[in-house]
Each structure stands twice: as structure tokens, then as C-alpha cells.
Write a protein of this length. Structure first.
Length: 332
């Protein structure tokens, strides 16, 4: 338990509690001095390598025996970044540099009173991993298998960090396993392909309705103005199903060829011009893209990579669809 002040630091007289700015503070009636008890700054560092985070096992109270980020108090005369790097080296033997301030959290400790945790993301520049005097162990833990942590502030900061890196890791998983038809379960669960497919599946009906409103009024698709809405709905539904199968790597080029060659023949037999059939197809592409943007699905910084991935795969799909739709329309 944190000890309370009883006497004045300057004259030794007993202190009392007195309101100042609506805050009860320690006050010395003899020398008219207020004493301010402000939160103590605590620094923590997140050093991650290959989805593993550096933790230390505490060898003293509080929370002896539990794991935490390299953590400690800032000292007088050092800036907060220097404090974080000093604690990192003292507890783990690792020298580093600050990448960014990640998280700030307030915490009330029964040992130290009010604390202000500042957590930085750091990058190793040198040193060799070894446990410092305050720690019994120092080691890297996989981000999906972290042990119980000593401090709530560490837990919150790591949750924030892992969330911020999830898209980044998914991008590299998608690239690394691009030619692997059977992804490892952990990769498949969060792969970009699966997430893109889910966006379309979840919002398919809304996309179809937007496309219908466009295709029955657009001057480039006048023949479609005469077709029953239910028939058009079915056409768009079939095409969106083809796209999700393609993105999910269930459909191959042969199935795309067969589907759109047949669709091209159907459009010709129904009296549609090839230009209108292609325009209707391009409107589907437009509404998938517009809908994703309108739903803020592609607006985050790292989702720029998702945008590129979606654009690349959609381009391949619609290039194939356009070619075989045209070929089917031209067949006699």
C-alpha cells in the first residue's frame, strides 16, 4: 500500500488536507505550501518479430512471476522516449529505437498510486536477448499464445497493436499462400480472399437492388428496360455468385468460359446487342466497387492493399467474362 504524507518536506510540521481548485491536497499550515501528487509516468515497449512479442517475467512485486512488456518508471531528467529504451535494454539486453507512441492508459496501483502508462512500438537496433536484474526470464511469445499479463495497461496496448497489424499480416499471408489452394486454417480464417468474399456475400441483395435501379434506367442498357425485374434479379444473382466462387478460388477458367459463353448465346437469342450486354456486365462491376467504398470497407490505410487485391482479381474475372460473353454472342 502506498504510504501517505504526514509531515511537511520543508519545515517538518504536520500536514493537513485542504481544497485547492476543488481538489483535496496535502497542505502545510506553517509554511503555506501545497504538495501535488501527480500520476507517475510508466513506460512500456512492444518489440515484435515475426508475429512474436518480447515479454519479461517479473522477479519482484508487484505481480511477481507474471509476464509483462518491458516496463518501468521514467526517471527525473530523462525524456519519455529515453526512459522506454533504457527500460528495454535493462530488462532484456536489447537496444532499440522508437517507432511510435501506440497507447496511453491511466491506472491506479495500490503500491504506487496513480500511474500513467505510455506504450511505445520499438525496433531492435542491437544487443543480445538476456533477462535483466528485475526479471527471471525474457523471451518472445507468439501473438496468438500470449500468457496472462501482469498489467491491464499492457494487455490493452497489445490488443491495440495486434488489431493494428491484423490487415498487414493478412496481406502477407495472402501473398505467401497465393498459389496454395488449401490454406492453413489460421491463414484461411483471416485471409484477404475470404474477407472480400464475405463482403460480397453479406451485401449481395443490396448490390443487386442498386444494379437493378441502374440497369433499368441507364441509356446504355435500353433493352434491359423492357425485362421483368425478377428476371434481371436472377441474372445478377447468378453473376455475383460466379464472382464469389472465383474470388474464393472454387471456380476455374473453364467454368467461367462455359458460364459466360452460354450467357452470351442467351443474350443474342433474346435480341440483345452485345454492347448492351457488356454494359450491363460493367454496371455490376461498378456497383460492387461503389458499394464497398460507400460501406467504408476499403477506406482504412492498410485497406489500400485490399483495394489493390480486389481490383486485380476483379479485373481478371471481368476480362474473362467479357471475352467469353462476346464469343458466346458471336457464335452462330
Amino acid at each position: 500500500m502506498k504510504k501517505q504524507r504526514k509531515y511537511c518536506l520543508y519545515c517538518g510540521e504536520a500536514t493537513v488536507k485542504k481544497l485547492e481548485d476543488n481538489v483535496r491536497r496535502d497542505f502545510c499550515p506553517a509554511c503555506k505550501s501545497y504538495f501535488y501528487i501527480n500520476p507517475l509516468p510508466v513506460v512500456s515497449s512492444i518489440l515484435e518479430s515475426s508475429r512474436q512479442v518480447l515479454l519479461v517475467k517479473r522477479d519482484r512485486a508487484p505481480s511477481k512471476g507474471l509476464w509483462c512488456l518491458p516496463t518501468g518508471f521514467a526517471e527525473t531528467s530523462e525524456n519519455i522516449e529515453e526512459a522506454a529504451l533504457r527500460e528495454l535494454e535493462e530488462e532484456t539486453g536489447i537496444r532499440g529505437k522508437i517507432i511510435k507512441l501506440l497507447d496511453v492508459d491511466s491506472y491506479k496501483s495500490r503500491f504506487y498510486g496513480d500511474l500513467l502508462f505510455l506504450t511505445f512500438v520499438v525496433e531492435q537496433t542491437g544487443g543480445k536477448l538476456c533477462a535483466g536484474d528485475d526479471c527471471s526470464q525474457a523471451r518472445f511469445w507468439p501473438v496468438n499464445k500470449l500468457p496472462p499479463l501482469a498489467f491491464r495497461s499492457n494487455k490493452l496496448a497489445l490488443e491495440t497493436y495486434i488489431k493494428s497489424r491484423r490487415d498487414y499480416w493478412a496481406i502477407f499471408d495472402s501473398i505467401e499462400h497465393a498459389d496454395n489452394k488449401k490454406l492453413p486454417p489460421a491463414v484461411a480464417k483471416n485471409s484477404l480472399t475470404k474477407r472480400l468474399v464475405n463482403v460480397i456475400i453479406k451485401n449481395k441483395e443490396k448490390m443487386i437492388e442498386q444494379w437493378l435501379d441502374d440497369v433499368v434506367t441507364n441509356p446504355s442498357t435500353t433493352e434491359y428496360h423492357k425485362v421483368e425485374r425478377s428476371v434481371l434479379y436472377n441474372i445478377c444473382d447468378r453473376i455475383l455468385s460466379q464472382i464469389t466462387l472465383w474470388l474464393g478460388e472454387v471456380h476455374d477458367v473453364n467454368r467461367i468460359r462455359n458460364f459466360y459463353t452460354k450467357l452470351g448465346r442467351e443474350r443474342r437469342q433474346s435480341g440483345f446487342m452485345i454492347s448492351e450486354a457488356l454494359s450491363a456486365l460493367s454496371l455490376i462491376r461498378k456497383h460492387i466497387w461503389t458499394f464497398a467504398l460507400a460501406q467504408d470497407a476499403l477506406q482504412k490505410n492498410l485497406d489500400l492493399f485490399m483495394t489493390f487485391e480486389l481490383q486485380r482479381r476483379m479485373t481478371v474475372f471481368f476480362d474473362l467474362a467479357t471475352f467469353y460473353l462476346t464469343r458466346g454472342h458471336e457464335e452462330r
